[in-house]
Design a protein around this ligand. Structure first.
Ligand code: MF3
Ligand code: CO
Ligand code: CO
Length: 260
């Protein structure tokens, strides 16, 4: 297993891709309204990335994935495929996952959006708890800790709220490749994991369900759904381990005064 330590020049490039990815999430917010379909949202992101950012949407064509960003609505856990038949309605929750390739380096981030002002208490709590679990994990990251402390931290918090953590998908190292070592589990494992070092860059991206943790893959080969049809939420940031602890490379403006 090789976990790359990134140098200053590489970190600058990853940071640029991360900023672009975060800006796509900021840009798309105002379009999320009842009556728009997810294909329109995908296309707005695509055009913004290509024409304004002059960058590449890394999902498009990745292992044959057909769209530019992943849009996962309600009980879709991740890797949802946008469609012009899929219209948003009041009370829906959705994740948009943006990965940018710019100057040969990747940046990867996602967040939840809600459609309209009304949201049931339960879905609100799911999205907030998922976001907080990511922030809690980020708050313990510094050089010298064991990797499994990330999953441990997320699991402790999520289980205290009686939600469940998807097992099949995890965070990942990122840089010159979309998915690098190490894998970042969102639950505790018997393997304590490697020791974190300054210069490591990876994503944390917990997928959290209201019901059971079990998921299944639809026969389109991509869409992952909860088996029990309960709602699922996900937040993702790309993180740099540094001598002060860590830096959120994909941070958005709305988060500046929000993080623990
Ligand atoms: N962005 C996802 C991740 O966080 C991966 C999407 S792969 C795709 O790792 F092919 F579905 F785009
Ligand atoms: Co990722
Ligand atoms: Co992602």
């Amino acid at each position: 297993m090789t976990i790359l330590i990134k140098n200053y020049e590489e970190i600058k490039k990853i940071h640029k891709s991360c900023k672009l990815a975060a800006e796509v999430l900021e840009m798309i917010e105002k379009y999320i309204k009842p009556g728009i379909n997810t294909e329109q949202l995908n296309n707005i992101c695509h055009d913004y990335i290509i024409n304004i950012q002059k960058a590449k949407p890394a999902a498009l064509g990745y292992k044959g994935y057909p769209k530019s960003v992943c849009i996962s609505v309600n009980d879709v856990v991740c890797h949802g495929i946008s469609s012009k038949q899929e219209y948003l309605k009041y009370g829906d929750i959705l994740n948009i996952d943006v990965t940018i390739l710019n100057n040969n380096y990747y940046g990867d981030t996602s967040k939840m959006f809600v459609v309209g002002d009304y949201l049931s208490k339960k879905s609100k709590s799911l999205c907030l708890t998922t976001k907080k679990s990511l922030y809690k994990a980020i708050s313990i990251i510094k050089p010298g800790i064991r990797l499994n402390l990330i999953g441990k931290t997320i699991q402790k918090y999520i289980e205290s709220k009686k939600f469940s953590i998807v097992r099949e998908y995890c965070g990942h190292g990122i840089g010159k490749k979309f998915h690098e070592e190490p894998q970042i589990l969102h639950y505790d494992s018997y393997d304590n994991g490697i020791i974190l070092k300054s210069g490591m860059v990876f994503t944390i991206e917990p997928m959290i369900n209201i019901g059971k943790h079990h998921v299944y893959l639809k026969n389109d080969g991509w869409t992952v759904k909860t088996q029990d049809k309960t709602l699922s939420a996900q937040y993702e940031h790309t993180i740099l381990v540094n001598n002060n602890g860590c830096e959120i490379l994909t941070i958005r403006k709305e988060e500046y005064n929000q993080i623990l």
